[in-house]
Design a binder for this molecule. Structure first.
Ligand code: BGC
Length: 601
C-alpha cells in the first residue's frame, strides 16, 4: 500500500570497494620571530582511498595558535597538482585547486594562546597522493623549514607551550593537555551533571520572542545524515560537526566547575529509515547497511573515542522509530507498509542497531539509550512483549551484547503526556475510544512498566529510562483543570484528558502542544532523566511537498487537511499548517510550544 519514498542517496567518505589508507602528515611550525605576530602549529591528516588511477581523500586539519590570541583567522595552503577540493566544513572555504583559503566560521574565530580548532575537507587526487607542505595563518608563514612527515599517530600528545620550539618535532595530534581520566560508567549519567546546550539551537530559540526563557535548556544533537558528522550547514546544526559539538562540550564542562557534563547525540541514519512514514526518510536505501557501518557509525565512534572527550558523558540515543515498526507495521497488521516488511525481512534495522550498540558501546564514556517508541504505539499487549524481545534481539546482533545498552528512551519527538492526572486506567476507561484498550494512558507509567519488561527480556536490572518531554506539556487555555463528570464515557475521557490531540497516532507538528517538563535528572523511579531530545521548534515534516536534498519525503500526516490512515484511526492529522521540511526551524511551532508550556514558563 505504500509507495516507495523519494530518497537521495549521498555517498560519504569511502567509495565502495576502494582501498583506504591513512596518510598522516604533521607539522609543528614556528614562524621566525622577525615576522611573528602568530606562531602556529598545524596538523594535516589525510584519509585516502584508491579508485584506480586516483581516488578521494578526507583531510583533517588542526590549527593550534601558539602565541598571541587571534580574533579571526585565515589559513592558506596549496594543494599539490592533481588534487581538487570538493567540500569543506567548520570554516569558510575557497579555491578548488592550487591555492586554498579557509577563514574561520562564526563560532571558532577566537583562538587564545594555546587554543586549537579543527577543520576539514573532502577532495580528489590523481597520480600519487601527497599532502600540502606549507601553511600560513593570518599571512604569517608557518613553515619553519620542516615539511610534513608521514608518521604513525602518537599515543600521547605533546603538552602545550607558549614558546616556539627551537626544532620542529613532527606530530600527528594537536598539542593538548593530557586527557582527563574518566571513571567507569556511572549508573545514571545525569545525576550530579550538567547537560550540553547546543549553541546553534540556543541561537535559533533566542531569536524568537520570549525565547531567552529556554535558550539555556539542553537539547539533542541529531546526526541525521552522514554529512552532519562533519557539519553540513543544515538549518539546525549549522556548520558544527560532531567534533565541534564535543569541543564545545569540553568548553562547557571546563566552565561549570567540577560537575561532569552530559552531551546528547542522536544516532539517526538507518538504511530504509522511518519505514512507516515519509517525512523523515533518510539518505540510505534499504540495503545500504555497509554504508551505514563504514561511513556513518565508524567515523562517529572514532570521534567519540578521542582522548580529549574522555571526561564527557556521551549519551547516544539510538535510532528513533525503527525497531517498533517491525512489530506493529508489518505483515497483516492494518498499518503495515511495504518498506517495513522489507526492513523486517532484510534484517538491516536489527543489524544496524546492533552495530551501533557494539561500536559506540566500546567507547567507555558512551551511554547507549535505545529508542522504545511511546505508550500510544507499543502499550497494547500484543506490541509490548514482542517489542521488548526484538530490542533484546537487536542488542545481541552484529557482535553486540545486552551489556551495551545503558537504557531506553520513550516519547522521542512525540507528544504523549507524561501524566494524565484526571484519568485512572481501569477496565471501564480502557473501553473509551481515546485509550482503546491500551494498558497505559501516559508516558511515565508506560516507561516504568516497559523497563521491567525489558529486564525480563534479559537486560540488566540497572537500566534506566529517559523520557522526551520537549513537547508533551499540554498547558494553555485548553487544558482541563480537573476530571469531567460527564456520564458518557467518551465525553468524560475527552473532557478529562490533558493530551488534546485528535488521536494518539498523530505525530506531526501537533496543534495545541506545549513544552513539557524541563530537563531533569532522576525525576522518578526507574527514570534516569526527562530530556529534550527533539529540539523544540524543529519541524516534524512539511505540510506540503517541498523539494529538498535531504532525502525527506512528504507525509500527509503533516498536512492539516489530511483525513488520516489506519495508523491514526483514520483521523484528521491535527498538524499545524505551513510547516517546513523535518528538522528545519518552524517559528510558529516554537511560539505555540512556549505559549502552551506546562509547567508554564
Ligand atoms: C528530522 C531530522 C532532524 C530531527 C530533529 C527529524 O524529524 O528528520 O532531520 O534533525 O528531526 O529536529
Amino acid at each position: 500500500m505504500s509507495t516507495a519514498p523519494r530518497r537521495t542517496v549521498r555517498r560519504g567518505l569511502l567509495a565502495a570497494g576502494g582501498a583506504s589508507a591513512l596518510v598522516a602528515a604533521a607539522l609543528i611550525i614556528p614562524a621566525t620571530a622577525a615576522h611573528a605576530a602568530v606562531v602556529c602549529s598545524v596538523t594535516y591528516q589525510a584519509n585516502t582511498w584508491n579508485e584506480g588511477s586516483g581516488g578521494g581523500f578526507t583531510a583533517s586539519i588542526t590549527i593550534n595558535n601558539r602565541q598571541d590570541p587571534v580574533n579571526g583567522w585565515t589559513l592558506r595552503f596549496t594543494l599539490p597538482s592533481g588534487q581538487t577540493f570538493t567540500q569543506g566544513w567548520s570554516a569558510n572555504w575557497s579555491g578548488t585547486s592550487g591555492a586554498i583559503t579557509a577563514t574561520n566560521a562564526s563560532w571558532n574565530g577566537n583562538l587564545g594562546t594555546g587554543a586549537s580548532t579543527s577543520i576539514g575537507f573532502n577532495g580528489r587526487w590523481t597520480g600519487s597522493y601527497s599532502s600540502p607542505t606549507a601553511f600560513t595563518l593570518n599571512g604569517v608563514a608557518c613553515n619553519g623549514g620542516t615539511g610534513p612527515t608521514t608518521a604513525p599517530p602518537p599515543t600521547t600528545a605533546p603538552p602545550p607551550t607558549t614558546a616556539p620550539p627551537t626544532t620542529a618535532p613532527p606530530t600527528t595530534a594537536p598539542p593538548t593537555s593530557p586527557p582527563p581520566t574518566g571513571g567507569p560508567r556511572v549508573d545514571n549519567p545525569y545525576v550530579g551533571a550538567d547537560v550540553y546546550v547546543n549553541p546553534i539551537w540556543s541561537a535559533n530559540v533566542s531569536a524568537e520572542p520570549g525565547g531567552s526563557r529556554i535558550a539555556n535548556q539542553p537539547t539533542g544533537v541529531w546526526l541525521d545524515r552522514t554529512s552532519a558528522i562533519y557539519g553540513n550547514n543544515s538549518p539546525t546544526t549549522g556548520d558544527m560537526g560532531l567534533a565541534d559539538h564535543l569541543d564545545e562540550a569540553v568548553r562547557q564542562d571546563a566552565a561549570n566547575g567540577s560537575r561532569p557534563l552530559v552531551v546528547q547525540i542522536v544516532i539517526y541514519n538507518l538504511p530504509g529509515r522511518d519505514c512507516a512514514a515519509l517525512a523523515s526518510n533518510g539518505e540510505l536505501g534499504p540495503t545500504e547497511i555497509g554504508v551505514y557501518r563504514t561511513e556513518y557509525i565508524d567515523p562517529i565512534r572514532e570521534i567519540m573515542s578521542r582522548a580529549e572527550y574522555r571526561a564527557l558523558r556521551i549519551v547516544s540515543v539510538i535510532e528513533i522509530d525503527s525497531l517498533p515498526n517491525l512489530v506493529t507495521n508489518v505483515g497483516s497488521r492494518p498499518g503495515a507498509t511495504a518498506q517495513c516488511d522489507t526492513m523486517l525481512a532484510n534484517g538491516n534495522y536489527v543489524n544496524g542497531v546492533g552495530y551501533a550498540l557494539a561500536q559506540l558501546g566500546s567507547v567507555p564514556n558512551v551511554y547507549n539509550y535505545v529508542d522504545a517508541a511511546h505508550h500510544g504505539w507499543i502499550g497494547w499487549d500484543d506490541n509490548f512483549g514482542p517489542t521488548a524481545q526484538l530490542m533484546a534481539e537487536a542488542a545481541r546482533a552484529s557482535g553486540s551484547t545486552l551489556a551495551n545498552v545503558h537504557g531506553f528512551i520513550t516519547n522521542t519527538a512525540n507528544y504523549s503526556a507524561l501524566r494524565e492526572p484526571y484519568i485512572t486506567v481501569d477496565s471501564t476507561t480502557r473501553q473509551s475510544s481515546w485509550i482503546d484498550w491500551n494498558q497505559y494512558n501516559d508516558e511515565l507509567s508506560f516507561a516504568q512498566a516497559f523497563r521491567q519488561r525489558l529486564v525480563q527480556a534479559g537486560f540488566n536490572s540497572g537500566i534506566g529510562m529517559l523520557i522526551d518531554t520537549s513537547r508533551n506539556g499540554w498547558g494553555g487555555s485548553a487544558r482541563p483543570s480537573g476530571p469531567s463528570n460527564a456520564s458518557d464515557l467518551n465525553t468524560r475521557i475527552n473532557e478529562s484528558r490533558i493530551d488534546r490531540r485528535i488521536h494518539k497516532g498523530n505525530w506531526c507538528n501537533q496543534s495545541g502542544a506545549g513544552l513539557g517538563e524541563r530537563p531533569t535528572a532522576a525525576p522518578a523511579s526507574g527514570i534516569d532523566a526527562y530530556v529534550w531530545i527533539k529540539p523544540p521548534g524543529e519541524s516534524d515534516g512539511s505540510s506540503s511537498e517541498i523539494p529538498n536534498d535531504e532525502g525527506k519525503g512528504f507525509d500527509r500526516m503533516c498536512d492539516p487537511t489530511y483525513g488520516g490512515n489506519p495508523r491514526n484511526g483514520n483521523s484528521a492529522s491535527g498538524a499545524l499548517p505551513d510547516a517546513p521540511v523535518s528538522g528545519h526551524w518552524f517559528s510558529a511551532q516554537i511560539r505555540q510550544l512556549m505559549q502552551n508550556a506546562y509547567p508554564p514558563l
